[in-house]
Design a protein around this ligand. Structure first.
Ligand SMILES: Cc1cc2nc3c(=O)[nH]c(=O)nc-3n(C[C@H](O)[C@H](O)[C@H](O)COP(=O)(O)O)c2cc1C
Length: 324
């Protein structure tokens, strides 16, 4: 019997295919369908730091620097009208009642703030775990220090005080010292690093000369970046690694586990191929394991990590010959 079960991010999963945070994980109906399709766990659509702080403002009667921008005020008011925080806690309660697979809540944030205290409400609502999507864009030329890492460390230390359920960090790849930063964050109490978040990308509508949202889904080729960094980090990270961005099928799951991931997250492929891709991917994983005589995931996890594979460090093409 081929065993696909895995213990990852402090949770026991029947298989390593986790559904990443997205609009399919913000309704109980669709979470039920994801479980029926075979998902090992789901990460709920994110609650944003600003949404939580808006509630904190209501209840604590104070206004933080988070609201310094008039646009942000509008953004926050929009969420206030929708009662985002209350709805989110309800979603956790209802999802937990409806499915057996682990339900991981998600908070999207850019800084350390009072939202961290709120995380205990997520635990009380019954979430099995919490994923913190810490986003960062090094777009300010005046910033020279590594506030990103120190923010993660502060968040981890505070979450430890407020939570009994496991938490993990979903991170980006912008850093000059990425391996060192990821290692430092892996030494916190976070049970997993989810590599990497796919940032929202801008595009330009040239007819109307205005900014629009870029294409939201990943291409299969985008797997390379997380594959490289899972392989690099798996030799020395002190916590579990979960691969995300560009995982579209069972072969991609095999690749990420060979590189050293304990589990993967899949999102775009569900939008592009329907929920059937979950069962199909798990069958592909199982068939590959049978063909290669592996009974469990740990038998091949990390077999192609960076240790013996200098190709992960290569960043330039070599000249092949005339005309190429
Ligand atoms: C429609 C949509 C909504 C998303 N919403 C969130 C979100 O709320 N929070 C989050 O952390 N990631 C969100 N993501 C990012 C995904 O969780 C995932 O990290 C990203 O799509 C890369 O994985 P993929 O290549 O499997 O799509 C969203 C992605 C899509 C396509």
């Amino acid at each position: 019997m081929t065993d696909l079960s895995v213990e990852v991010a402090g949770l026991k999963l029947k298989n390593p295919l986790i559904i990443g945070s997205c609009s399919y994980t913000e309704s109980v109906e669709s979470i039920k369908k994801l479980e029926e399709a075979g998902a090992g766990a789901v990460v709920l659509k994110s609650l944003f730091q600003e949404q939580i702080m808006n509630d904190a403002y209501d209840t604590m009667g104070e206004i933080g620097s988070t609201f310094a921008h008039p646009e942000l005020n509008d953004y926050v008011r929009y969420f206030e009208e929708k009662n985002a925080v209350g709805n989110y806690l309800d979603l956790i309660v209802q999802a937990k009642a409806a499915v057996k697979i682990p339900v991981i809540a998600s908070i999207n944030c850019a800084s350390f703030d009072k939202w961290v205290e709120f995380s205990s409400e997520i635990e009380k609502a019954g979430a099995d775990g919490l994923e913190i999507n810490l986003y960062y864009l090094p777009s300010d030329p005046a910033v020279t220090d590594h506030t990103y890492v120190s923010t993660a460390l502060k968040i981890a230390a505070e979450l430890k005080k407020h939570l009994k359920i496991p938490f993990s960090f979903k991170l980006g790849y912008y850093s000059d010292t990425l391996a060192k930063d990821l290692l430092t964050i892996s030494r916190t109490d976070a049970k997993a690093l989810v590599l990497f978040n796919k940032p929202f990308n801008p595009d330009i509508d040239i007819e109307n000369e205005k900014m629009i949202s870029g294409y939201p889904y990943s291409a299969p080729s985008e797997i390379s970046n997380s594959l490289r960094w899972i392989a690099i980090m798996s030799d020395f990270a002190e916590t579990d690694l979960i691969a995300t961005t560009g995982v579209h099928n069972g072969q991609d799951i095999v690749k990420q586990i060979l590189a050293g991931a304990k589990a993967v997250q899949m999102t775009s492929s569900l939008y592009l191929n329907s929920f059937n891709v979950i069962g199909r991917s798990l069958n592909e994983l199982r068939s590959w394991m049978e063909k290669h005589n592996y009974k469990e995931l740990s038998a091949f996890r990390g077999k192609l990590s960076r240790k013996d594979n200098a190709i992960y460090d290569r960043v330039q093409f070599l000249r092949r010959g005339k005309g190429e």
